[in-house]
Design a protein around this ligand. Structure first.
Ligand code: ZN
Length: 63
C-alpha cells in the first residue's frame, strides 16, 4: 500500500501517515471508502481511502 501525502497535521504535527487518532465514521464509496477521523488536537479530517492508499480530503480547525 502506497502512502499518503507525507504531510502532518498543521495544528499538532500528527503525521497523516500514522494511524488516525480516532475514527469517527466510515462510509463505503464506489472507489473505496471515506473515513472521518479526529486528530489528537480535535481537528476533524476527511480521508479518502482507495486502492492507492489514503489521502486527506478536508481538515477542520481543532474543536
Ligand atoms: Zn492535529
Amino acid at each position: 500500500m502506497t502512502s499518503t501525502t507525507g504531510t502532518v497535521c498543521p495544528h499538532c504535527g500528527w503525521p497523516d501517515a500514522a494511524e488516525p487518532f480516532q475514527v469517527v465514521s466510515r462510509h463505503a464509496t464506489a472507489a473505496g471508502s471515506t473515513l472521518w477521523t479526529r486528530c489528537a488536537c480535535g481537528s476533524l479530517q476527511v480521508r479518502a481511502v482507495d486502492g492507492g492508499g489514503t489521502r486527506i480530503v478536508s481538515r477542520s480547525r481543532p474543536a
